[in-house]
Every structure is written in structure tokens, then in C-alpha cells.
Design a binder for this molecule. Sequence first.
Ligand code: NI
Length: 138
Amino acid sequence: MTDLIRFGISLEKELSKKFDKRIQREGYTNRSEAIRDLIRHDLVEQAWQEGSEIAGAVTLIYNHHKRELMNTITDIQHDFQKVIISSQHVHLDHDNCLEIIAVKGSPQEVLKLADLLKAVKGVKHGTLSMSATGKNLS
Ligand code: NI
């Protein structure tokens, strides 16, 4: 079981009100869990900045009728095999495809991959969601 420590935080009333309003909106039931998430979020950002290994997902929405586009997307993925764990292709409707690419590796490589994919002509929308690998977050 994880050892817990308790500590008090002093902050201005206004700031505290804003924080409570925000965490209520996001569905937190108590401040502790919200503050834990803030700390984890900060640690994830630190991992990106330090270049530690990150995990995440690239999602792309594109029209599969543009054949050249699919070849380009596949070519790029073959060049980044080192950071791609898996990918899933979903046929959204007659025209549109959703591709979810799970990634793990250096933030620089992952960002490069995401930027290249998002920039492919015909990709309607692309996002990169980066997290940490979880090792330093408990
Ligand atoms: Ni498809």
C-alpha cells in the first residue's frame, strides 16, 4: 500500500474559491484528488521537458478516397516504427477514417511523428495526446 503524507496549504480566499469552482465543474469530489492530479500533470510536463520517455496517442481524421494520402501516412509510420506501439484504423463513415496511433518514446520523436502526420495534405484533423509512462506518477 502507498504511504500517504498530509500537508496543509495556505492560499488566498479568492484563489481557493476559483479552484473549488473549477474542480467541482470537473467532477472531483475532494481537493486532495484535484491537487494530486495537478502535481501529476506537472510531473508529466517535466518529463516532456527533460526528454524522458513518454506515452501517448496520435489521432487523425482523413478521407480515405484520397489514395496518395493513405500511402503517405503509411510511409511515415514505417519510418517511425521505433516509437509506434500499435495503430488502429476505424472506418467512420463512407468517406472518413479515424486512425489512432499509440506511441511510446522520446517526446522529440513523438512530436516529430505527430507533426509530419498532421501536415499530410488531406488530413482533416490531427491531435497528439502525450502522457508519461506512469513510472513516476504514483
Ligand atoms: Ni477507413
